[in-house]
Design a protein around this ligand. Sequence first.
Ligand SMILES: O=C(O)CCC(=O)C(=O)O
Ligand SMILES: [Fe+2]
Length: 281
Amino acid sequence: MSIPHLKADASREEVLAAIETAGGVVVDRPVSPDFMDEIAAELRPWIEKTPTGTDEFEGRRTRRTGGLIVRSSKSRELIMHPLMLAISKQILSRATSMQLNATQAITIGPGEPAQVIHRDQWAFDMYPFAKGYQVIFNTIWAMSDFTERNGATRVVPGSHTFEDKLRFTEADTEPVEMTKGSVFMYSGTTYHGGGANRSDTNRTGLALSYSASWLRQEENQYLAVPVEIARTLPEELLRLIGYQRGAYALGYVDDLRDPMEFVRPDLARRGMAVKSEFIEN
Ligand SMILES: O=C(O)CCC(=O)C(=O)O
Ligand SMILES: [Fe+2]
């Protein structure tokens, strides 16, 4: 089994079926390489200032630049991409609602060894979630071409249904090669890791992940997005970053108030029974 590639106009059913079979799928160029270059230009000063990682998982030659909602207004289009939201909503559908988990430009520098093969859901303290209960969905957008040589993400195809806490070597994996503007979508249970960069240029991907809304977000969006900027965002994005209650009562403020009251009082709702209807399509 291999990670399949689908065309940008693939249907949601095709994309979902591919993830259900292989654990992940590449959709080729839902956006143009030029669009990714525009995001790269917005992020360049931030990436340059980002320190390299401090351990093997972060990568000592890898820069992880977050806060993308604030630092790249164009990246908001990827975060809100209708196909990503629709698939995420399906994959995480055992939970009542979903939220944005993290936004991260991952720049793997030359000479970086391969990252340990892992499941993204291990971020939640290695909690043994019930088989089939998906809590995280990840998308990695290629901001440079991804090749085996420059550190394309490595994946164990079909591993989303495997037992938990398994160990793999590079030989068990295949590189997810894709062109700039393409996106690799995968489940939080799919075993994968950043590849070794054996080239002399950086490999950059934008990892935009979504999670069940009853989990703590990896990236703290309330602090990453200052309230003055939050006020300027579209309603859907505000709800996605957490300005709505998760499930029934998660995240209310004092007298059962909707957190939206603190950013956009005009959009606030009363009462707890707010299901996540922010993505209709
Ligand atoms: O950068 C990549 O290709 C993947 C990185 C990754 O899997 C992670 O940091 O969790
Ligand atoms: Fe990962």
